[in-house]
Design a protein around this ligand. Structure first.
Ligand code: NAD
Ligand code: MG
Length: 352
């Protein structure tokens, strides 16, 4: 364990595999996370059963990977640990199918805290509720396990009815390959709220708006769409890769003096104190549950606003320009294509 930063990081030696290898784990869902959890746990010597609908297209895939398949209800009935790895929007429905199979001493395990934190799933008092959230998409969780590298992850205990919830979660993280890379403890609340804020304000929402506005500003001023695309979207990856490797300093060290001076003096004209106020507003709506209520209502209505936004985003000129340029310059590598893979029918068809 390391103890800097007031953070405890758990590694392989901190986990006792016996807390999970003597149990049966039901992995519900065989998508991004589900296939990786099921296969990694299976290869780590855990008894795994995959829970899927009778008509699920993933049944054949799971069987082909050598795994036992049952319905969610049957899988949960056999299991000591039920790992909820269907999409967050579907979890409350699937939970209803397994609720009666959760006995005292069983564990309900998540990879994201949304449904528990916002009260959409309320497990029985005598059941442990834990989270192991790998900080990577599932195909990397699987690949890193096969490479012996491991994937960093978060651990949280929402309810410790058995007295052994954390030990079991650590053992699960070990079987998944996460303690090879390091596991940090958090809470359902912190994981959920920081995750939602991050994707809304910075990663998915903030970055796309910044890119589009930069692109539009150049094109509206008469510059060519190709140049605007390269400058505002394509080069984003190069800059972010540097920050990922060595923080902001490595990025500043790597760009020219002119870029550094220009960025340091002009950046705060773009993201200013009014942006901070907007970020605080976004965070407040995450904290007080307003965003969650909106999204739950939207899902119950069949996602009309989501569909409309999604189509409008695809219609942006930068998408058309990007598609043509990416074809001319073949730099899209396999990894990007793979991480885009989805078996969500709505996403898959809308992408066509
Ligand atoms: P996913 O969309 O990749 O896969 C979900 C799987 O659930 C599908 O493959 C299918 O087997 C099943 N499924 C889909 N619709 C269903 C329905 N209506 N009824 C029953 N089963 C259905 O999901 P995911 O991205 O692996 O997410 C699972 C959990 O992991 C979520 O809580 C998510 O927040 C969390 N998580 C995801 C990632 C990631 O990078 N994808 C990272 C960390 C945590
Ligand atoms: Mg059970």
């Amino acid at each position: 364990m390391t103890d800097e930063l007031d953070t405890t990081v758990y590694y392989d030696d901190d986990a006792n595999s016996e807390h999970i290898t003597d149990k049966t784990v039901a992995v519900l869902g065989y998508g991004s996370q589900g296939h990786a959890h099921a296969q990694n746990l299976d290869e780590s010597g855990v008894d795994v059963v995959v829970g899927l609908r009778e008509d699920s297209a993933s049944r054949d895939a799971a069987r082909a990977d050598g795994l036992r398949v049952a319905t969610a209800t049957e899988a949960a009935a056999q299991a000591d640990v039920v790992s909820m790895l269907v999409p967050d929007t579907v979890q409350p429905t699937v939970y209803e199918q397994v609720e009666d199979e959760l006995d005292a001493g069983d564990t309900l395990q998540f990879a994201h805290g949304f449904n528990v934190h916002y009260g959409q799933i309320e497990p029985p008092e005598e059941v442990d509720v834990t989270m192991i959230a790998p900080k990577s998409p599932g195909h990397l969780v699987r690949r890193n396990y096969e490479n012996d590298e491991g994937t960093p992850g978060l651990l949280a205990v929402y309810r410790n009815a058995s007295g052994e919830a954390k030990q079991e979660a650590l053992a699960y993280a070990k079987a998944l390959g996460c303690t090879r890379a390091g596991v940090v403890e958090t809470t359902f609340r912190e994981e959920t709220e920081t995750d939602l804020f991050g994707e809304q304000a910075v990663l998915c929402g903030g970055v796309t708006e910044l890119i589009k506005m930069g692109y539009e500003t150049l094109v509206d001023a008469g510059y060519s769409p190709e140049m605007a695309y390269f400058e505002c979207l394509n080069e984003m990856k190069l800059i972010v890769d540097l920050m990922y490797e060595g923080g902001l300093s490595e990025m500043w060290d790597s760009v020219s003096y002119t870029a550094e001076y220009g960025g340091l003096t002009r950046g705060e004209m773009i993201v200013d104190e009014s942006t901070r106020e907007n970020m605080e507003q976004v965070l407040e709506e995450v904290q007080n549950g307003e965003f969650a209520r909106e999204w739950i209502t939207e899902n119950r209505a069949g996602r009309p606003a989501y569909r409309q936004r999604r189509l409008a985003e695809k219609d942006h000129e930068i998408e058309e320009v990007g598609e043509q340029l990416r074809e001319l310059f073949a730099w899209a590598d396999d990894e990007q294509t793979e991480s885009n893979a989805t078996d969500d029918p709505e996403k898959a068809t809308a992408d066509d």
